[in-house]
Write a protein of this length. Structure first.
Length: 482
């Protein structure tokens, strides 16, 4: 989609708030309750002489970026449904909202109609809306607006990549394919990508990771993505993504309904891939490494079992209480590798880790566990800029008791029914040494069972923006320090 500043489309979009009609024509519809100006409400006047569309933005006195994004997403879907090729609209000055983030909301919403996972459909998804003519207020710097549009377009592109990775069934998106797809994508933008196979993983001593992979005929892969955007600096940050290309639950097998969407269990890895791709595309002055332990959790005569005591790269032994608590076992080795190899300033891991997180927070927020309030504050601020909600959960000393084992250094699942998201996070904490660390459980936010606002059903690409803005803010903070 092109965003243009000179010229005007045949169809003008009039932006109207809930309590303030935008012109006399539409005002009578307010009084008759035909058009209320609610978020995403559309009143089309598509006559041949003077076609126009009225778009409701809700109550702008309490405006939010999500509100704008969702309204423009409705407009995008409407335009494509009616084969509209171009629209003209104003870039609003909204009290209390950052102009740059407002531009992001415009772009993300207007491009929402572009995405559909149609790889296996004989009739492919097409969109008619190709051009947006944007009228920019005189008090806005055009260079800032243009850069914000470019940044938002890049993020949308990489979110679409992330969605495709997650939506593709495991039959066509197994560890080798994920790793090669990432390599092909990232190397074009100067990211150094290494892919380690089973023998190399064994040589590293990643026993925990390999234990989970044992039951599958698909070979595990360790994907390492190294972006050096600031070679003059020794400071690096690390992103680690859970990479279960498919999760049957192992011998603690899931129900058929529980397994149906388990290609989404590599959502953490897909998010890291998408974020690093966006960081590299925008050439951020920051060093970021991404590590993803990619495998499947399957059943075979050699699959790992409950009661097994397995080793790990960190040297800690793990008692397996549940083979369906496998993501944290693979992450344990991936985190240890990232920390020991790259000595990052901080590490953030993302994982579709626990159903308990969905029970606690639904699909509107990711759960977070941390060992460092300062790093957590950075992640929270990045998530606020991204409009991707994060909710911090407590890390209290007593919770450590829930993952103690009588026969090993740590138990891979909690010994009580509650606090499942917290105990999963605290299990991971044992493998980061003393490195500042934040764990994001994206089990609820990475996949939706119905469309929500600008987000589609299925994979969302949630938290690509959070990781991007975290790296961007770290880069600027590092420059301030220097």
């Amino acid at each position: 989609m092109k965003f243009l500043f000179d010229g005007q489309a045949a169809i003008q979009v009039y932006l109207t708030s809930k309590d303030h009609p935008c012109d006399s024509f539409i005002e009578k519809y307010y009084s008759n309750q035909v058009f209320k100006g609610d978020i995403g409400e559309i009143y089309p006047c598509l006559d041949l002489e003077n076609p126009k569309i009225y778009l409701g933005l809700g109550d702008l006195n309490r405006a939010s970026y999500n509100q704008l994004r969702d309204s423009f997403a409705k407009l995008s879907h409407f335009a494509n449904q009616h084969k509209i090729e171009s629209l003209s609209l104003d870039l609003l000055n909204v009290d209390g909202l950052c102009s740059r983030r407002t531009v992001h909301a415009y772009v993300e919403g207007l491009r929402a109609g572009e995405y559909k996972f149609d790889r296996y459909l004989s009739e492919k998804h097409t969109t008619s809306l190709k051009e947006i003519y944007l009228k920019v207020p005189e008090n806005k710097k055009m260079t800032v607006v243009e850069d914000a549009i470019d940044e938002a377009n890049t993020l949308v592109d990489k979110i679409f990549v992330t969605r495709d990775l997650v939506n593709t069934p495991a039959m066509d998106m197994y560890p080798k394919i994920i790793a090669q797809t990432a390599k092909d994508l990232l190397e074009k933008d100067g990211v150094q990508v290494s892919i380690l196979g089973k023998k190399e993983i064994e040589d590293l001593g990643m026993t925990a990771f390999l234990s989970v992979a044992r039951g599958s005929a698909k070979e595990p892969q360790l994907l390492i993505m190294n972006y050096q955007g600031d070679p003059s600096s020794k400071k690096t940050i690390a992103y680690v993504g859970k990479g279960l290309a498919y999760d049957s639950g192992g011998y603690c097998i899931k129900t058929p309904g529980g397994m149906k969407t388990m290609q989404s269990d590599m959502g953490g890895s897909a998010t890291v891939i998408g974020a690093i791709s966006a960081i590299a595309k925008r050439k951020l002055k920051v060093n970021v490494v991404g590590v993803c332990a990619l495998c499947e959790n399957m059943i075979s005569g050699d699959a790992y079992k409950t009661g097994d005591i397995i080793g790990s790269l960190r040297g800690l032994s793990i008692e397996v209480g549940n083979t369906d608590a496998e993501g944290r076992i693979t992450l344990a080795d991936a985190l240890a590798y990232a920390v020991d190899t790259y000595h990052p300033e901080f590490v953030v891991d993302l994982a579709t880790l626990t159903g308990a997180c969905i029970v606690a927070l639904g699909d509107l927020a990711a759960g977070a566990v941390t060992n460092c309030p300062d790093t957590m504050a950075l992640v929270k601020r990045a998530s606020e800029i991204a409009d991707e909600q994060v909710w911090e959960l407590p890390n209290l000393p007593g919770y450590q008791e829930y993952i103690k084992s009588d026969v090993a250094d740590v138990y891979n699942t909690g010994k009580i029914k509650g606090a499942g998201t917290i105990t999963a996070g605290l299990f991971l904490e044992k493998f980061v040494d003393q490195t500042p660390w934040v764990h994001l459980d994206i089990a609820g936010t990475a996949w939706l069972d119905r469309p929500v606002g600008a987000l589609p059903k299925g994979a969302t690409g949630s938290h690509v923006k959070t990781l991007y803005h975290l790296a961007k803010r770290f880069s600027k903070a590092k420059e301030d320090d220097e």
